[in-house]
Each structure stands twice: as structure tokens, then as C-alpha cells.
Write a protein that binds this ligand. Structure first.
Ligand SMILES: Cc1cc2nc3c(=O)[nH]c(=O)nc-3n(C[C@H](O)[C@H](O)[C@H](O)COP(=O)(O)O)c2cc1C
Length: 226
């Protein structure tokens, strides 16, 4: 299997939600996990943990939780409609694919749950910093696991596998924790279904808003023209 370059992977790693049921060899899963743990984390704590769910009964449990979360959230997604940059057709395609994933998640050969384990003791910040630390902590926590998650998505792309970052299981984190027998301090942040893409639903160029709409030079409003 020949691997692709980094920028090609970045430009073509679509969110894939339709998979073949074929098993994913363990050595590929190991490479994906190994890519994850090369990521940065706050203070280099590396307090991440990953659960690879392959057992059919466990996949069914996780899929049931995901389906419940999707049913709850899809009402809101449908009310919201397409984002300003999205066409109606593109939005309908995304929602159709998301619906497909929710209905077929138990058939996807591998589901990886990525999370962080809370430290046993937290050093208290100085009193004058406590409010700022508390406000920023959830953001900074996420920043210690999502780089690892993105590494996994890119590794999947490089290995010819498909995946998509999903997070809605977190609305039922208590149930995920029970199903996977996770310790109390384990907070899950992402769930990645992984499999070989179905024919016609593989990777390809990702479409995004124009760079000069989203990047500025020196101050807000001064569009990046580089
Ligand atoms: C924070 C976050 C949460 C997401 N949650 C879900 C999800 O629960 N289910 C899903 O099918 N896709 C989910 N996605 C995938 C996005 O819908 C997808 O990345 C986006 O539509 C771009 O798709 P594209 O790369 O194919 O253009 C999530 C993405 C992010 C960044």
C-alpha cells in the first residue's frame, strides 16, 4: 500500500460515513493509534486514553447510544438548515450520510473512543487566577485530545481507510462510560468509526470557505491576501 503526502491527506480527508463491513487489520489500527500518541498535549501530560471497540456486542451498545444522541440532535440540525456557505444539496448530502451512519454504526468494523483521564490531584491555581483557570479549562482540555484525533483522521486517510470525527455520544457520556466500563475519571471527547470506504463514497477534495474570508493580517477585518 503506497502512502500519500501530508498535504494531499489534509486536502482529501473527507468525513466518510459509509463503510464496508470488512474487518480492519489490527496492524493498521495500531498505526492509527501510534499516530494519535505523537500529538502534542498540554504540559506534555499525554493523559489520553483510547478504547478500540471491535466486539460486535460492544459496537451494538455504543451504536445504540449514538443513535439516541443523533435522534435528539438531528431535530435541531434539520431546523437549523444549511450553513451560509453550504448549498441545499450539499447540506442534504451531509445529513443523509449522517443519518446513514447513525443507522449503520453497529456494522462499522472499528469504533475508537478517544478521551482524557483526569489527574488524580489537581494543583489549585492562585486565588486571583481561579476564575480564569476554571473558565478556560474545558477549552484547554479539548486541546489536549483533538490534535491526537486529527492525527488519527489523517492516518486513516493515508492508509486508505475512512473515518469521521463525531462527538454527540458525549450527551450520553454516562452511558458510554457504563457500556465500556470506563473509570470515573475518563472523559470521552471523540468517537471515530473506522472502516474501508464503500465504493463511490471515498475520499476526495474537501471544500471549504475561502481563506481570505477567515484569515486576517494584524487586525480583524484586514483580510489575508498572501
Ligand atoms: C466537533 C465536531 C463534531 C462532529 N460531530 C459529528 C457527528 O456527531 N456526526 C457526524 O456524522 N459528523 C460529525 N462531524 C463531522 C462534520 O460534519 C464534518 O467534519 C464536516 O461536515 C466536514 O465534512 P467534509 O470534511 O467531508 O467536508 C463533526 C465534526 C466536528 C469537527
Amino acid at each position: 500500500m503506497s502512502e500519500i503526502g501530508l498535504f494531499e491527506a489534509i486536502h482529501t480527508a473527507r468525513a466518510l460515513r459509509r463503510f464496508k463491513p470488512d474487518p480492519v487489520p489490527d496492524h493498521l489500527i495500531t498505526r492509527i493509534l501510534d499516530a494519535a500518541i505523537r500529538a502534542p498535549s498540554a504540559s506534555n501530560q499525554q493523559n489520553w486514553a483510547f478504547v478500540v471497540v471491535k466486539d460486535p456486542a460492544q459496537r451494538r451498545r455504543v451504536a445504540e447510544i449514538y443513535r439516541k444522541a443523533f435522534a435528539m440532535m438531528s431535530v435541531m440540525y434539520r431546523d437549523r438548515g444549511p450553513a451560509p456557505h453550504q448549498t441545499q444539496a450539499g447540506y442534504a448530502r451531509m445529513m443523509g450520510a449522517a443519518d446513514h451512519l447513525a443507522n449503520h454504526l453497529h456494522e462499522v468494523p472499528v469504533i475508537i473512543i478517544a478521551g482524557l483521564i483526569a489527574p488524580a490531584t489537581r494543583h489549585q491555581p492562585p486565588a486571583e487566577a481561579a476564575a480564569r483557570v476554571a473558565a478556560a479549562r474545558p477549552l484547554i482540555s479539548g486541546a489536549s485530545i483533538y490534535p491526537a484525533v486529527q492525527n488519527m483522521l489523517l492516518a486513516c486517510r493515508a492508509l486508505g481507510l475512512g473515518s469521521v470525527l463525531t462527538t454527540i455520544h458525549a450527551y450520553y457520556n454516562d452511558e458510554v462510560r457504563a457500556a465500556l466500563e470506563l473509570p470515573a475519571g475518563f472523559m470521552t471527547y471523540a468517537m471515530l468509526p473506522i472502516g474501508f470506504p464503500q465504493e463511490g463514497f471515498g475520499h476526495g477534495p474537501v471544500k471549504r470557505r475561502a481563506l481570505d474570508e477567515v484569515a486576517c493580517l494584524d487586525r480583524w477585518g484586514n483580510r489575508w491576501r498572501g
